[in-house]
Design a protein. Structure first.
Ligand SMILES: NC(=O)C1=CN([C@@H]2O[C@H](COP(=O)(O)OP(=O)(O)OC[C@H]3O[C@@H](n4cnc5c(N)ncnc54)[C@H](OP(=O)(O)O)[C@@H]3O)[C@@H](O)[C@H]2O)C=CC1
Ligand SMILES: O=C(O)C1=N[C@H](C(=O)O)C[C@H](O)C1
Length: 267
């Protein structure tokens, strides 16, 4: 069976990469591509937009005009657009892959609620390497325990609109959970001025925004006399897109529920 997939933000950085990844994947096919209703790109060919040549899929401006043509919607856009698409998918019983980051906790609650009716695979990062790093981080935190200072440093391109990155926050959650801490209580987002000495239980975050960096993440476990650093560097958005397309093929056959890339990879 071939699953029919729709892509939102089809002209965006991830949207174009997803169109390319879908063209190379098996068991899934591009059935719809979406942009804003008032976008000048509505009606354009999605393959041409992605720089691949015509693929015959015209960009639509409204999800309700194409939702009957798709089995799974892949959404990498902005939280407000994702939540509007979530409501439409919930009503139509269409599965979703959500890659958008930067949701507030009450927005995440809407996703949790929709997952009682539809299958949703949501991940802050769909690359295999980052999902492996989540496992390595859990082990590192368990072994190094409370004897180390933990700092998370992330760097992304100048266009990124949320900080810290969703991936950095997920890494913080993995480490905090492994240590029995609540990230909300221990996170420190940047430092300035007379900060006082570091509190051992805190988990620090630092953000770099520069140039065309695709996505770098380092978690540092620093003790007196040694430190461990676990680093992932993405050099192509295709690493995220391939994972999201794999997730679409997987989530399209699941019962309602909220899943992540670890479920897709069986980690
Ligand atoms: N989970 C993962 O593995 C990854 C997640 N991401 C996340 O994906 C998201 C998108 O990133 P990226 O592709 O770089 O961003 P872009 O800005 O390049 O693309 C976003 C797309 O969404 C569209 N869009 C924005 N607002 C709306 C709206 N209100 N209604 C309809 N469409 C809208 C944009 O259209 P327009 O240009 O007209 O605004 C654009 O086509 C971010 O949240 C990012 O953090 C990114 C990479 C990997
Ligand atoms: O906006 C991006 O580009 C990315 N966003 C995701 C995040 O916020 O973690 C994933 C990746 O790092 C690229």
């Amino acid at each position: 069976m071939t699953l029919r997939v729709g892509i939102t933000g089809a002209a965006g950085r991830m949207g174009r990469t997803l169109v390319e990844a879908l063209g190379n994947a098996e068991g899934v096919e591009l059935a719809a591509a979406l942009e804003r209703p008032d976008s000048s790109l509505v009606g354009a060919d999605a393959g041409e937009l992605a720089g691949l040549g015509r693929n015959g899929v015209a960009v639509a401006g409204a999800l309700d005009t194409v939702i009957g043509d798709i089995d799974v919607l892949i959404d990498f856009s902005v939280p407000a657009a994702t939540l509007a698409n979530l409501a439409a998918c919930r009503a139509a019983k269409t599965a979703m892959v959500i890659g958008t980051t930067g949701f507030m906790s009450e927005e995440q609650a809407q996703i949790d609620a929709a997952a009682t009716d539809i299958a949703i695979c949501k991940a802050s990062n769909f690359s295999t390497g980052v999902n492996l790093c989540f496992k390595l981080l859990e082990t590192a935190a368990q072994v190094l325990g409370d004897e180390v200072d933990i700092e998370i440093v992330e760097a992304h391109h100048r266009h990124k609109i949320d900080a810290p990155s969703g991936t950095a926050l997920s890494m913080g959650e993995v480490v905090a959970d492994a240590l029995g801490r609540n990230l909300k209580d221990v996170a420190v987002y940047g430092r300035e001025g007379q900060t006082g000495a570091r509190d051992r239980d805190t988990i620090g975050f630092a953000t770099v925004r520069a140039g065309d960096i695709v996505g770098d993440h380092t978690v540092m476990f620093a003790a007196d006399g040694e430190r461990v650093e676990i680093t992932h560097k993405a050099s192509s958005r295709m690493s995220f897109a391939r994972g999201a397309v794999r997730a679409a093929g997987w989530v399209g056959t699941q019962n309602p529920g909220l899943y992540d890339m670890q479920d897709v990879l069986g980690l």
